[in-house]
Design a protein around this ligand. Structure first.
Ligand SMILES: Nc1ncnc2c1ncn2[C@@H]1O[C@H](COP(=O)(O)OP(=O)(O)O)[C@@H](O)[C@H]1O
Ligand SMILES: [Mg+2]
Length: 228
């Protein structure tokens, strides 16, 4: 039985610049099933980031419907949206977004405070999963980019999200570090069963995904599933 976690139908999103309306998402239809690893690709400006923000309840939309965990996003209250983002969906960004004057441990703890309460053991266990055992007292500036991205992934994992949204998570990393981060996402998907929706524009990283959705000018132009 396939469990659909996200169902998008006829999604239209416009940005308003003064009185000028700029269409960004122009009628999208797709759904995402539990356990998929979806790579969202397309040229700069095609609407990839906007789509993640809409699906995460961070941006509204003008037409169509977006069901997230069987509930239309438009009917989520602000509190429900905040809970969705703190407990059900984890976000990972290109530039990590860690708080510089907090240690690795404190960065993760802060996220845990917003979501579920976690014990010290939970945090240490998650640091182990991302390959950062022993680094809990380090500050972000003492870590390489690849390690900082691991902290950001640990931070998103602490509240046990069902879906992880990642926006070009390897975009700031060299090839080797990027590859390690992709292997970590692959592990989260295959071993921990996390659904992943990841924006990438490096075609190589798409080898880890089970499906590729191609966006162009706010439309899905191709949607391919791979056997793996
Ligand atoms: N806050 C905003 N206000 C107005 N236009 C925006 C805003 N954010 C993005 N856009 C426009 O929406 C389009 C899609 O942007 P984006 O979703 O960031 O694309 P991608 O992530 O694929 O590069 C672009 O044309 C961009 O200029
Ligand atoms: Mg983007």
């Amino acid at each position: 039985m396939m469990l659909k976690q996200i169902i998008v139908q006829g999604l239209v999103k416009n940005y308003m610049n003064g009185k000028i309306q700029t269409p960004v998402l122009r009628g999208l239809d797709f759904s995402i099933e539990k356990g998929e690893f979806v790579s969202l690709v397309g040229p700069s400006g095609s609407g990839k980031t906007t789509l993640l923000y809409v699906l995460g309840g961070l941006e509204d939309y003008q037409e169509g419907s977006v069901l997230v965990f069987d509930k239309e996003l438009k009917t989520y209250s602000n509190l429900e949206k905040a809970e969705l983002r703190s407990k059900k969906i984890g976000f990972v960004f290109q530039f990590y977004n860690l708080i510089p004057n907090l240690t690795v441990y404190e960065n993760i703890l802060l996220s845990a405070v917003l979501g579920y309460q976690s014990s010290k053991e939970d945090i240490l266990k998650i640091l182990d999963i991302v390959g950062l055992s022993g680094y809990e007292s380090y500050y972000p500036s003492q870590l390489s980019g690849g390690m900082q991205q691991r902290v950001a992934i640990a931070r998103c994992l602490i509240n046990e999200p069902e879906i992880i949204f990642a926006d070009e998570p390897t975009g700031n990393l060299d090839y080797e570090n990027g590859k390690k981060i992709m292997e970590l996402f692959s592990h989260l998907n295959q071993s921990l069963g996390k659904t992943i929706l990841m924006v990438t524009h490096n075609e190589e990283t798409t080898t880890y995904a089970s499906r590729m959705i191609h966006l162009l000018d706010g439309k899905v132009i191709r949607d391919e599933r791979k056997l793996r």
